[in-house]
Ligand binder design. Structure first.
Ligand code: ZN
Length: 245
């Protein structure tokens, strides 16, 4: 690059900068994708945990109800034993009444227990069905995340390389011109344009004769109207002419 006209070095810089801009956007998008993919995993895991927790709660309910049912059964048995032992008629009737009450309570509870078992069975079935599916989904998401991370790493590597290219490339450009270029780059996407038919090809402002001569001697100037960098290249002018006729 050293030894070639300044405008060629600047044009090379424009290309590098455009590439850097694209790569930065790409990296930004890919970071977003990785983050989205990563954030999916805890969400999927939570779905499974909720189902498992729900199932556990139902089992707890079933167990608690069974304990009470057994307790009632024991009570009933003891009372029947007491009934067999008693000889007092009044006491007999009282115990009999109590047995009826406990039996009724136990039967009611058993109805509830059947419902609870049914609900627990359904919840357990759902967990079993979903568990495999959800674990598969988690694995797939992990694989996808890794793929996205690899893509991101590649893009970051390319960006680092482009930034290094830029640093190298700016060494061939005088600081003064570099600063002018940086400022122009902020405002327009095409800071360096060729002179075509004696005019700035961006704003069509006429280039005066002395300036044109300087440009033709591989010089570089700023357009007096739009301040873009101007250069002259025979080939580009030829192409432009053949295109318009
Ligand atoms: Zn111009």
């Amino acid at each position: 690059m050293i030894g070639q006209p300044l405008w060629k070095n600047l044009k090379a810089l424009v290309e590098i900068d455009n590439n850097i801009k694209q790569l930065k956007e790409k990296v930004k998008g890919e970071i977003q994708k990785v983050e989205t993919s990563k954030s999916l995993i805890p969400k999927i895991q939570k779905n499974l945990l909720d189902l498992q927790l729900n199932c556990k709660e139902m089992k707890k309910k079933v167990d608690a109800e069974e304990l009470i049912a057994n307790d009632l059964k024991d009570k009933e048995e003891h009372k029947r034993e007491a009934l067999d032992k008693t000889t007092n008629e009044k006491e007999y009737r009282a115990i009999e009444k109590e047995i009826k009450r406990v039996t009724l309570e136990r039967m009611e509870l058993e109805d509830v227990l059947i419902q609870s078992w049914h609900k627990y069975d359904l919840a357990k079935k759902e967990v079993d069905e979903q568990e495999e599916q959800i674990n598969k989904e988690i694995e797939e998401t992990k694989v996808k995340t890794t793929e996205l991370e690899t893509e991101l790493k590649e893009s970051q590597k390319k960006l680092d390389s482009a930034l290094a290219d830029r640093e190298f490339s700016t060494k061939n450009i005088p600081t003064e011109w570099l600063h002018k270029y940086e400022r122009m780059k902020e405002n327009v996407s095409n800071p360096i344009v060729p002179v075509i038919q004696n005019s700035c090809s961006a704003c069509f402002y006429n280039v005066i004769r002395q300036d044109l001569q300087r440009l033709k001697n591989d010089g570089m100037l700023l357009c007096r109207n739009c301040y873009r960098f101007l250069y002259y290249e025979k080939e580009e002018e030829k192409e432009e002419n053949s295109g318009s006729f």
